[in-house]
Design a protein around this ligand. Structure first.
Ligand code: PNS
Length: 158
């Protein structure tokens, strides 16, 4: 394990079992992991940032070195201000590469001292995405095998 802070940024709308898998893996590699819940202007939201944070806190309560914070602004600047060593991103399949590489290169140019670390998700979760969960939820489908229990409960009650 490396001492120091890594950020795991994302929209997490909602937080899925794939996200949880990456958070669990990253929490074993870094002394402190902050799940950084970002507003993403180009995405239509299901849950508010506060709701997303609360559900992630409940879903990661078993991980003692994980914290959750909402954030709005430029991620690279925020990561430098927080003194982060690294940004963690999950990689599910080849189609993720282009978007992830563009983002990693942009973040490196803005914050050269901060590494982007890609972790491979478990193959069990390789096809799960927040957008698919939103779609299934929208049409009343069962999302219990896609999301942690606190997220399932919160969405069921809406
Ligand atoms: O889960 P997502 O939606 O793929 O996460 C994307 C996110 C939120 C990490 C990205 O959009 C982001 O960093 N937003 C903050 C604004 C920013 O710094 N944009 C430039 C990224 S190169």
């Amino acid at each position: 394990m490396t001492d120091g802070l890594a950020l795991y940024p994302g929209s997490f709308d909602p937080f899925t079992l794939g996200h949880l898998d990456i958070a669990e893996r990253a929490s074993m590699l870094f002394g402190e992991l902050e799940i950084t819940v970002a507003e993403n202007a180009s995405k239509k939201g299901l849950l508010s940032a506060d709701e997303r944070c609360e559900l992630i806190r409940e879903s990661t309560a078993h991980l003692p070195n994980v914290t959750v914070h909402a954030f709005s602004g430029l991620l690279a600047q925020y990561a430098m201000d927080r003194g982060a060593l690294a940004l963690v991103r999950g990689m599910r399949q080849v189609s993720d590469f282009e978007y992830e590489f563009r983002m990693a290169f942009a973040n490196r140019r803005l914050a050269p001292s901060i590494e982007t670390v890609f972790l491979m998700t478990s193959e069990d979760y390789a096809l799960i995405s927040s957008s698919i969960v939103r779609e299934i939820h929208h049409w009343g489908g069962d999302i219990s095998t896609f999301v942690p229990e606190p997220v399932r409960r919160a969405l069921a009650s809406r």
